[in-house]
Design a protein around this ligand. Structure first.
Ligand code: GBH
Length: 473
């Protein structure tokens, strides 16, 4: 039995996102976001599920916060619904802000640190009607919205994340069609990526100017890709491409003020960089304090099958047409290695998280003096509740979290400046295009009765948070 002890200041938390848990679609002046529109499009989401009600967190917020407190967690990462706070994208809605005001007070009152994400994919539909993230104006609208939320909550929220996973809100949303708005245009995707980065930079500048005392950052998602056959140059090239398409296309502008030369080449046909104007990269690379790291899986990749000219089809959830999110590298193949997979089909590879954190530290955040924080890690499994609604996920989700915490510990030992960890997710919730069928929560939600029941993983995690250590059994 090995016991891994984390630094005394290490933070233990969970994360959620507004559209995935809140429900209350049209209450308190909220208007539709692109996810309302998309979820109500036939074939877009598995089983036709929507976020209309989902966990009904909007009405159950105080008891959800009480549950977090009972687990002894010190930080809660949530996102603000832009369409609740500015229903037309620009005009503040005081009633929408009231909800987050109450949430923050509830958290602070229970000794839980609020960690606020401004954008977790739910763009107001009104802004999508004017082009969404393909329109440069959306970046400035985002900075305005950041200012609106900051004005109301900046006195009590110490940590601000601009964007969650811009890869998803550009490539998965505008190229793959898997996420709202469900477009399948590589050109739109690269423009959206640029405007998301610009919106991030403008929001950082706005937050800094208005409240120099708060911590500011962004959260990016990462797949750690390895060549299926390291001796095959085509596979090595595939790994380079996937690293570029997922990771470096965002990290390099953020930390080095430019797109990587090889990714510019890979995505030249789609037009990566054509949306950039003078001065953009100085805004995008505005200094931040913390990089949020979301990690779920590793992947082995292989080059295209020589001579393959077959039509590009891409399998995804739902019934709408999908294409590859890997713009310019559409024929790269993901090759199963026989590792265990979660209910999402993602390979479980905890060591990938160690390598990722150490690499980020060495190549990006360390030189910039930026801290690291794992803002999401977790797993969906096909839970089997007993008659009382209790899920024993000891050998599935709990093992996944345990092994990834060991990987974080190893990264810290290797010199990565990681301040904390958050399980995705606090609650079972609306898993985007997969709807309510995929469960990531450490707390079970019965979507008929809306009853919450902590799973074995939650009880175990509470003990980890209390003791600051993980026992490998
Ligand atoms: C996060 O997205 C989201 O922030 C959160 O809202 C969501 O509920 C949660 O994760 C669970 O999905 O091509 O095999 O390498 C994570 C989305 C997961 C997208 C991993 C890319 C790569 C699979 N990412 N995925 S693979």
């Amino acid at each position: 039995m090995t016991e891994l002890t984390f630094p005394p200041s290490f933070s233990w938390g969970t994360a959620t996102a507004a559209y995935q848990i809140e429900g209350a679609r049209h209450e308190g002046g909220r208007r539709d976001s692109i996810w309302d529109t998309f979820a109500h499009t036939p074939g877009a989401v598995v089983n036709g599920d929507t976020g209309d009600v989902t966990c009904d967190h909007y009405h159950r917020m105080p008891s959800d916060v009480a549950l977090m407190a009972s687990l002894g967690l010190d930080t809660y990462r949530f996102s603000v619904s832009w369409a609740r706070v500015c229903p037309d994208g620009r005009t503040p809605n005081p009633e929408g802000l009231d909800f987050y005001d109450r949430l923050v007070d509830e958290l602070v009152g229970r000794g839980i640190r609020p960690w606020l994400t401004l954008y977790h994919w739910d763009l107001p539909q009104a802004l999508q009607d004017r082009g969404g993230w393909t329109n440069r104006d959306t970046a400035s609208a985002f900075a305005e919205y950041a200012g609106t939320v900051l004005e109301r909550l900046g006195d009590r929220v110490p940590v601000w994340t601009t964007l969650n996973e811009p890869w998803c809100s550009s490539f998965l949303s505008y190229a793959a069609g898997e996420h709202a708005p469900g477009h399948t245009s590589p050109t739109e995707a690269v423009d959206a990526a640029h405007h998301l980065l610009l919106g991030h930079g403008l929001a950082v500048q706005r937050i800094r100017a208005d409240r120099p005392d708060v911590t500011v950052g962004i959260t990016t998602n990462h797949t750690v890709a390895e060549p299926a056959d390291p001796s095959n140059p085509a596979d090595v090239d595939a790994a380079r491409r996937i690293d570029g398409a997922f990771n470096r296309v965002f990290l390099d502008p953020l930390f080095r003020g430019e797109y990587p030369a090889d990714v510019l080449e890979d995505m030249a046909e789609a037009g990566l960089g054509r949306a950039a104007r003078d001065g953009d990269f100085a805004v995008i690379s505005s200094p931040i304090d913390v990089l949020g790291v979301n990690y779920y899986n590793g992947a082995a990749v292989a080059g295209a099958v020589p001579g393959d000219e077959s039509p590009l089809v891409f399998a995804g959830p739902g019934e709408l047409p999908r294409r590859s999110p890997y713009v310019g590298s559409e024929r790269v193949r993901f090759v199963p290695r026989g590792l265990p997979v979660t209910a999402m089909g993602w390979e479980v590879q905890p060591e990938g998280l160690t390598r990722l954190l150490v690499r980020l530290q060495e190549e990006y955040t360390g030189p910039a003096g930026v801290r690291l924080h794992v803002t999401e890690n977790g797993a969906a499994y096909d839970d089997v509740p007993d008659a009382a609604g209790f899920v024993d996920d000891t050998h599935t989700r709990r093992a996944y979290v345990r092994d990834h915490l060991a990987a974080v510990h190893a990264a810290i030992e290797a010199g990565a400046a990681v301040d904390g960890y958050m399980v995705w997710s606090m609650l079972d919730n609306f898993e985007w295009a997969w709807g309510l069928a995929k469960r990531f929560g450490i707390v079970r939600v019965d979507f008929d009765t809306l009853q919450r029941t902590p799973k074995a993983s939650a009880l175990w995690y509470a003990e980890v948070a209390r003791s600051g250590s993980v026992t490998l059994d």
